[in-house]
Unconditional design. Structure first.
Lengths: 269, 269
């Protein structure tokens, strides 16, 4: 009887996995991986059997999940170490609960190695710290899309991060207004966070639908509120109540969608 | 003129840093680091100049922050690569905003490499996925303690994670009740998440003050709500309204504070 280690691969290129995750991955006999994982991760366990069990996007794929659970149990019973490689962090939006329960029911030992979740990689890529001194002390992370395909948004924290929202930005903007966010609230959109071709653009809720084209076909993280504010804005004591129109922010956005205002180091090779 | 790379070291032992972070750290001429970072990280950049600028806990140390900003600028002006090593993830509760702004004002290039934040390491150590199917779709992360030293708590998400709350668990429990959480709500406390001696205990809000002794003197993350629920509980369709007393959860906690109910793999050497 073997064991299963859940490893967060991080949200981008293979080097966003933790050192601990990389070392454990190298010991794997079998790796069950998702669609969004960087293929370069295979180099960390070239002799393992790699099985693609990926589900893309957000859908109620309960049969697929049961198949994955069964595969995990089966391979754990027939090999020494099974790695379940998940994009981002395994404890966030990853159906970890179901898989851990299936293993516990079968009496199979398991371990979870955390990873960088997409919100953190988006904040890093855009240089938009998720917490801000004074008015950015709480942070919410959620999926904007419900299981029935509807959009859902709230205003419960100083900064709200929406995962998997890229396909319905206009609907998300409408729900944010419904939830009480002023339409001049800063919004930061980062697609393919953690990858060399990560793309970042600044908006307000009113102009958020414009982001659809720039980020089309790319997994995107949408950050709303204090944590979306460009750094310079905080120097002028700007806050949400003072942003009465989208002009003060929009004026900072170059035609290509904008990048951080501070000088950047060329990205890693 | 050099550049500054902010690197999230993760919340525990040195191997929770990302591969990207480890590689960049190895290129550093100067490393400015905080108190909580694992000393073993020094082995990744043994020839660099390591400067301790750590601030422990939560206090309004604006002079200290200005000193750190000045040190960053000074060393960037006199060396090629300065690494600002931060515990956990740099974008979460790390004063990244102030330091990025100081560098931007001085015209110094910067880059941010994300890391594993403590909430994710706590979820991994306790096998408590932060998101749950159905009733655990939103997640909030915040510091419980305000700058004035008061405790603050809300009920805005299915799961709320409180950083730096370990010293005032009784006060946190009282604020959670005030915020409308039923006193039978599951609470998971993990101290020293990411370290080999991580300790996990299960409580309800009513019994949360009991956790103080078990986690005394250890940095702790407190998770409240759906994401704190043991896995088995979800198999029985338990939810917050059905947990009317602390008995169902308390009965699962062994005298040493409790661990996950599923079999565990011995921790990494």
């Amino acid at each position: 009887m073997g064991a299963v280690v859940f490893i967060g691969a991080g949200p981008g290129t293979a080097d966003l996995i933790t050192v601990r995750g990389a070392r454990r991955l190298a010991e794997a006999d079998v790796v069950l991986y998702d669609a969004l994982t960087d293929p370069a991760l295979r180099d960390l366990a070239p002799l393992a059997q790699w099985l693609h069990v990926g589900k893309r996007g957000f859908r109620d794929d309960s049969t697929g999940q049961q198949d994955i659970n069964a595969l995990l149990v089966h391979h754990a019973q027939h090999s020494k170490l099974v790695v379940r490689l998940k994009g981002g962090d395994p404890s966030m939006f990853g159906r970890l609960e179901e898989e851990l329960e299936a293993l516990a029911e079968a009496g199979i030992a398991s371990e979870v190695i955390p990873g960088v979740t997409a919100a953190l990689a988006a904040a890093a890529a855009s240089k938009r710290p998720l917490t801000r001194r004074g008015d950015g002390r709480s942070l919410s992370m959620t999926t904007a899309m419900t299981r029935t395909g509807d959009m859902h948004a709230t205003r419960t924290a100083d900064t709200e991060v929406f995962y998997m929202a890229g396909k319905q930005l206009a609907a998300l903007a409408a729900r944010l207004i419904d939830a009480g966010w002023p339409e001049g609230t800063p919004v930061s959109v980062v697609s393919r966070a953690g990858w060399p071709d990560a793309r970042h653009s600044d908006h307000t809720i009113a102009t958020l639908p414009d982001a659809s084209e720039q980020h089309a076909g790319r997994p995107a993280v949408v950050t709303v509120g204090a944590g979306a504010r460009p750094l310079n804005a905080s120097l002028t004591e700007a806050n949400l109540t003072q942003v009465s129109s989208d002009e003060p922010l929009k004026s900072r956005v170059p035609p290509d969608g904008g990048t951080s205002s501070s000088p950047s180091i060329p990205s890693e090779p």
